[in-house]
Design a protein around this ligand. Structure first.
Ligand code: DQA
Length: 144
């Protein structure tokens, strides 16, 4: 099946961005690891990072036409702001997991609210880059 991984704003800086919070793993490392994990399980994985809300929205719309079965998304700061991204995911009706590297609940109050969590199939936070692998494993187990 087709699986899409979406990374929101500033995640292109992973590896050098606040490493005490987000770790030393780069986005390229994360994507490579997910690609290998998906391939080993016989699934097709594509990914996009964007700092622009509309590009993430357009990618979600295209996912429906491509027959994407599942989305894993770290909306990054859009988690706390974007009704538009939430509506895009609901609009295409593709199930998704929400992932955050950091434990957002242990951080500033403005990070405690998510526009995604109540409509996500599941939420993972606080496990660093491994959170993406956990989410993908759950998708693979569910699709198998
Ligand atoms: C994040 C948490 C968000 O609050 C923050 O804006 C990010 C990254 C995370 O992965 O921990 O950019 O989504």
């Amino acid at each position: 099946a087709k699986i899409l991984v979406l990374h929101g704003p500033n995640l292109n800086l992973l590896g050098t961005r606040e490493p005490g919070i987000y770790g030393a793993t780069t986005l390229a490392d994360i994507n490579r690891s997910l690609e290998m994990q998906a391939q080993a399980a016989g699934h097709q994985l594509s990914h996009l990072q964007s700092n622009a809300e509309y590009q993430l929205i357009d990618r979600i719309h295209a996912a429906r036409d491509e027959g994407v079965a599942f989305i894993i998304i770290n909306p990054a700061a859009f988690t706390h702001t974007s009704v538009a991204l939430r509506d895009a995911l609901l609009g295409v009706d593709i199930p998704f997991y929400e992932v955050h590297l950091s434990n957002v609940h242990a951080r500033e109050a403005f990070r405690h609210h998510s526009y995604f969590s109540d409509v996500a199939r599941g939420v993972i936070c606080g496990f660093g880059s491994q959170g993406y692998n956990f989410a993908l494993q759950a998708v693979v187990d569910g699709l198998a």
